[in-house]
Design a protein around this ligand. Sequence first.
Ligand code: ATP
Ligand code: MG
Length: 444
Amino acid sequence: MQNRTYIKDLKDHVGKEIIVAGWVDVRRDQGKMVFFDMRDVTGKVQCVALPSRAEVIEKAKTIRPEWVLKITGLVNKRPAKNVKAGVLNGEVELEVTMIEVLSGALDLPFELNESVNLDTYLDNLPYTLRSERTKDIFTMQSTILEAYRSSLRSQGFTEFVAPALVGGDAEGGAAAFKVDYFKDKIAFLATSPQFYKQIMVGPFERAFTVAKIFRAEKSATTRHLSEATCLDFEMGFIENESEPMKVLENAIKDTVRTVGKMHQDIFTRFNSSVPEIPEKIPVFTLAEAQDLITKEFNRTTEDKNDMSPEDERQICEYAKKNLKSDFVFITRFPTKKRAFYTYEDPKEAPFSRGFDLLFRGLEINSGAQRIHNYEDLVRRIVDRGMDPSKFSYYLQAFKYGMPPHGGSSTGLERFTARMLELVNVKEATSFPRDMTRIDSRLSE
Ligand code: ATP
Ligand code: MG
């Protein structure tokens, strides 16, 4: 739109006639005057329709929240008694000289910033995404994405685009959506870009991708989606898993520094704070973590081979209190509990070189050194009861020479959710899908 002024810039135009465009937020009639707030992507401003402008006031009396308007108006200083200090446009208001309705809106299901239950909120996302709280969440997410990408680039990684339709499933098929379309072949929606990022170590040595993953999770939880976004990287020529852990730690620190610099106001609105990270993120082996939990919380952990959600929560509580860290690494999971391509050093058996990163009580990342030797990888596939011929495409990368390598995968939605301490990962997903929902809620 030509000659449009963004609402955040109005204070630079006092005394001038300008054009703004956006949505009506609320309307308040006061005596013969009509007040309404206009909202665009940059903020809000109070507009006033005066009775002296007959055409304007008649139109102003018809408008409703969420109507889309183009408004011409004079930017006036507010009378001293009406100034709202510290608020955008607290010192100015717009005296409307012309209203053009670009679009009306039907009756609204509820007020935009009203708090409603999660299902109602999600059912109405095309509308509720416009609310302030939601805009904050996805502003935060957008910054996380950019900061992560920029950190990996600065660490020598090249971004590539991973496929969503895949011929074989990296995690063994259990949680994969099948696609019945290709001749003589059942394809899947990717549960991970794993194979492709390993292959990309060939051309780039250090590669990363922001990829869609699809998981046919069997239950609806606050941490699982059917479609999620992962921040993945893979790097060649490592000696052990500490190198990808270091790259991840750098990316996390860079991201936290960036959101801390840019979004202090959002943290405040969410009653949260910029995450704490000490010089080095604490690292516990699985056994150490579970011993600590038993000691600190007087609770025996049930599964010695993996962290339960309660284990994740408690080790994070411990680290926050005693080590001033919102992040914790867990290492040395039993190899049998990790993906088939996870590396195991014979001297360290039966433990693998895998790791998880926990953030404010939740796993947000898994990573590992991977098997790089072709024969070892084929043997592992067979040991897991799978057929190596099904992996022949991926296996070429190893047949034709692969350096020791490793990497990790961070769930964008979980990272965002914990950043703002949202209870449910669905709130950190602009268009969440799970067992009970694809756009709309599915009938039970
Ligand atoms: P969990 O044990 O919590 O189910 P996972 O170990 O199966 O997760 P990974 O395969 O390690 O998940 O995937 C790497 C990261 O991707 C996870 O740490 C998480 O942040 C994210 N992720 C995986 N699956 C989902 C999902 N269904 N919904 C949202 N995020 C997911
Ligand atoms: Mg994991």
